[in-house]
Design a protein. Sequence first.
Length: 105
Amino acid sequence: MSRTDRIAKAARRTAQEARDAASKRKKEEKRKRSNSSMGIESHRHCVVCWTPIALDSDPAVCSEATCIQKNEKREASRKRLTIMMYLFPGIAILLLLLQMAGGAV
Ligand SMILES: [Zn+2]
């Protein structure tokens, strides 16, 4: 076998290896992309333990009793906080008005 033959053979082999690697990489990218697009749209997470749950479940908790209880407690405290956020400025304004009315008399 001559020297040029050997070099040509080696070059072919290298080209083949490069092609193989490229096609393998392409396949992996394709798989990754399809996975991520599927994963993002088809489910949501339990707000307590972050277990994947069905997209249309409402409230957004899994079927665990502890998660349901925790979510209910959170909702209740959030409602209280919302009420206070309106109630305290309301009381402050009421006191201010009373004071102004008292001062005017
Ligand atoms: Zn949960």
